[in-house]
Design a protein around this ligand. Structure first.
Ligand code: AVJ
Length: 318
């Protein structure tokens, strides 16, 4: 079943506020959550299969290796997943937790209703004994709608924490800690700082799928707010920011152009070469991540990485 905390109105209101704030700022920016309409979620799934995009397969290998141990340590009765998307990798956790005999419920939460509905249907069929309860919501606003319980594990995979800037991460982790009881768990997937020669192509693939994904946010704004962006007049840019240790995705205007967004009534000028930041994807180091978790009231208890040290799965106790 699906529980909805985002309807079309709420979505448009929220997008309008973000567009007003981000596109009138200097430099211009937009939050990455607006990539994920039905098309954007499909493009992201395509990204996860690209040769250059190592995070998904690296994390999957880690989960394959360690899911039984994670199930044993946590004795999860309820698995919650934030930003669940297709929940494809999560099946490894579900298999292990069902096999351990503890799990009764799975609660995926995502902003994309289409991706979530497909996942809930597939998982309900694949796990007949399990209660699968999808929540359409925004993880930065709707944590209080998650079901209460005991022995809950919150999975936050894929490196999505890196989409938030440090202050947002602190607020988010603290809010998450607040809805958990002592002894419950956060299972966090985090991409690690690694060679920019590996990082940058992961966000600028040869087939141009990430470029399409990036431009998709302009299609979303056109559809939801009646704007007249010409997405083909913006070029995809991905770069490594060594000071902040994050990947930035930007859209660069290919020509001097104006864009009209009727509601909130913006008339925007994009000089040729001007940029709009659409995503940050922060990469982490172990001590700093442990410190962030600890500042939010979690204790990092376990840490697993791949041989190349590009991705970590960590288990933190509330
Ligand atoms: C889904 C947020 C983890 O930051 O790597 C993939 C999104 N952006 N390619 C990431 C993304 C460009 C992805 N996350």
């Amino acid at each position: 079943m699906l529980e909805k905390h985002l309807d079309e109105d709420d979505l448009a209101r929220n997008l309008r506020a973000d567009v007003r704030a981000g596109l009138t700022a200097d430099p211009r920016w937009l939050p990455p959550k607006w990539f994920y309409d039905a098309r954007g979620s499909e493009l992201f799934e395509e990204i996860t299969r690209l040769p250059e995009y190592y995070p998904t397969r690296t994390e999957r290998a880690l989960l394959e290796q360690h899911a039984p141990e994670i199930a044993r340590i946590t004795e999860a009765k309820t698995l919650i997943e934030l930003g669940s998307g297709s929940s494809e990798k999560t099946r490894l956790l579900l298999d292990a937790m069902v096999a351990a005999g503890t799990l009764g419920a799975f609660v995926p939460l995502d902003v994309s209703e289409s991706a979530l509905a497909a996942a809930v249907t597939a998982l309900t069929g694949a796990y007949p004994g399990l209660s699968v309860h999808g929540v359409v919501g925004d993880m930065t606003r709707h944590l209080h709608h998650l079901p209460d319980g005991d022995s809950r594990v919150v999975a936050f995979l894929g490196g999505t924490l890196g989409n938030l800037v440090p202050a947002e991460r602190a607020a988010f982790l603290t809010a998450l800690r607040d809805v958990l009881h002592e002894g419950e768990w956060l299972l966090l997937g985090a991409a690690l700082v690694t060679d920019p020669a590996v990082l940058v192509p992961a966000y600028d693939d040869a087939a141009g799928v990430t470029a399409e994904f990036n431009r998709n946010v302009l299609h979303v704004i056109n559809r939801e707010l009646g704007a007249d962006f010409d997405p083909s007049a913006f070029r995809h840019v991905a770069l490594w920011n060594p000071d902040d240790e994050w990947i930035e995705m930007r859209l660069r205007s290919l020509r001097d152009q104006r864009v009209r967004i009727p509601d909130p009534g913006l008339d925007l000028h994009f000089p040729q070469g001007s940029e709009l930041r659409t995503e940050i994807s922060a990469k982490f180091r172990r001590p700093a991540l442990a410190a962030e978790l600890s500042a939010a009231g979690f204790t990092a208890r376990h840490w697993w990485t791949d041989p190349a040290d590009r991705f970590a799965v960590t288990l933190a106790e509330a």
